[in-house]
Design a protein around this ligand. Structure first.
Ligand SMILES: [Zn+2]
Length: 300
């Protein structure tokens, strides 16, 4: 008895209680519910790799079965009204492995790292989720480090093609994303912004975006106030004691071209030749690539 109480006390906070309040709707068997609960709990654990904890005290997760659409998770959306959470529409006939391999859950869960900055700044929200969706797939071992970087690069290429077609700035296209169908430009420009800042934090300040988000989650995540990209950027810079978030914002927001990634790629030993990503095998580059996919060990 004493030993088990002690063992319980020694568990890091959060491991013994799920941060998810899961509600199943519609027709789902007990075994389907088990399969889905396991997938959701694992996704929440993976998200906790970013800052060492789940970003909310509790998230409300709603799961509705659907026969429409494609894949195990045809559709999902983040709920921003209190209590915050995610509504997943799933095809329960897919096996557990298919849910594990699907990118949707880690994308949606990554949205919960920060509050919603508003429709005008949707690039900031979708950018962070698109960047972390790939980092977390690598960290969780769903894909290899190389594959995660290939997936990021494929996203950036889609974003670049869309940027070339549109020829308008992120500041113009972000509020007009739905009307102009600029999803690729907006999502992947945002991801490129966060990758640039993350690399700069690592190279110049020996911290990372993980560290800044961990500090933000501690101080500010659950404050009841409204945020914009600008106020989040100012807060992140304060927490990191840098001007990097604002500097990179100024560099990308009014540019009609897709954000430049040359120095990020150079730093990571990545080179795109004829649309195909090549990896420089030298130790220093490999180390930097690997470290992006290691969960931070030190506390904020
Ligand atoms: Zn999203």
């Amino acid at each position: 008895m004493k030993a088990s109480v002690l063992a319980l006390l020694m568990l890091p906070l959060g491991l013994n209680a799920s941060p998810l309040a899961i509600e199943f709707r519609g027709d789902l068997s007990a075994s389907e519910q088990d399969k889905l609960r396991h997938w959701l709990e694992q996704s929440a654990d993976t998200l906790s790799l970013v800052s060492g904890r789940f970003p909310l005290e509790q998230a409300r997760i709603t799961v509705t079965p659907t026969q429409r659409g494609y894949g195990p998770v045809p559709w999902a959306r983040v709920i921003r009204s209190q209590p915050e959470g995610i509504h997943f529409y799933v095809d329960p006939s897919y096996p557990a492995r298919a849910f594990h391999n699907d990118w949707t859950a880690l994308h949606e869960f990554s949205h919960l790292l920060i509050p919603y900055p508003g429709d005008d700044d949707i690039w900031f929200s979708e950018g962070l989720a698109s960047y972390y969706q790939n980092l977390l797939r690598g960290r969780a071992g769903v894909v290899s480090v190389e594959q995660a970087l290939l997936d990021l690069d494929a996203g950036f290429q889609r974003g670049e093609r869309d940027a070339n077609r549109k020829g308008r700035s992120l500041r113009q296209l972000s509020p007009a994303m739905w009307r102009t169908g600029s999803y690729m430009r907006v999502y992947w420009s945002g991801a490129a912004y966060f990758m640039r800042v993350d690399m700069a934090l690592r190279e110049q300040h020996n911290v990372s975006l993980d560290t800044v988000l961990a500090r933000f989650i501690e101080c500010c995540r659950q404050q009841r106030r409204s945020w914009t990209a600008r106020s989040l950027i100012a807060t992140f810079d304060q927490l990191a004691d840098t001007t990097l978030f604002a500097d990179h914002y100024r560099q990308v927001i009014d540019d009609t071209a897709f954000p430049e990634l040359a120095s990020v790629y150079q730093n990571l030993g990545l080179e795109r030749r004829n649309g195909r990503l090549k990896f420089n095998p030298a130790e220093e580059f490999d180390q930097r690539r690997q470290s992006l996919f290691r969960a931070p060990t030190s506390s904020p």
